[in-house]
Design a binder for this molecule. Sequence first.
Ligand code: XIL
Length: 301
Amino acid sequence: ATTLGASAAEKGRYFGTAVAAYKLSDATYSGILNREFNSVTPENEMKWDATEPTQGQFSFTSADQIVARAKANGAKVRGHALAWHSQQPSWAQNLSGTALRNAMVNHVTQVATHYKGQIDSWDVVNEAFADGGTGARRDSNLQRTGNDWIEVAFRTARAADPAAKLCYNDYNTDGQNAKSNAVFAMVQDFKSRGVPIDCVGFQSHFNSASPVPSDYQANLQRFANLGVDVQITELDIEGSGTTQANSFGTVTRACLAVTRCNGITVWGIRDSDSWRASGTPLLFDGSGNKKAAYTAVLDAL
Ligand code: XIL
């Protein structure tokens, strides 16, 4: 096939992108979106600060716009993210203990219920583990409500939308290291105790300091072997030309080599859409032209 989405579909996968609602009126952006991608992740619109700016008052307008557009184009939606230490509304940042735990549970219930039946996979919990060699949980207001906050979030999401696949998502877990080992142990524990978890997302933000790990495919495979699907959820790779293209090809082939790796999402469409302050980490240049990286992905699919 001649597009990312159609080629991925031929392999039983999806190819997605992060989408910003305010860019949907940009014709170049929407043109590429509709042509190339069969899954979307709202880049910011489903986060806690966006969906519940005031406690108990929900705001779904921007996220609804992305979901409606995706449905009209036959694309899947990856929900992102129900419980996360970052991009919390200030009222939640100021809560702790039982009040915060109850607020989190209510947030997960309300948001997952609003989108019930429309979400292929939810990033239920994002970035809950610390960087470095400790394998510890990240310190956060949510973590301080008790170590069980992650499983409570998953059980709550399952109750609200039983059809959605529920994922744990993180970065710096792309290769085997102390952080990914800790996530691995958590997934293994959840599986053994019947805590609902269906998938693990690997953000895969790469640059020269943090390149595609040599054991990327092996790491995806070991998680898949636990009985969860795996997805590449926020792919971007700083660099340019052949080097960058080769890295994108490597990532794509790694996913295809793992039966349970069922989708790849890039974190934006054009280089100018990237969240990264500098660099050219995506598949289309600022004018919307296909880069060598695009061709490498399409050829690998
Ligand atoms: C980023 C967005 O791309 C930016 O627009 C926003 O300002 C900050 O968040 N990991 C995640 C994503 O899980 O939600 C982040 O998205 C990038 C890192």
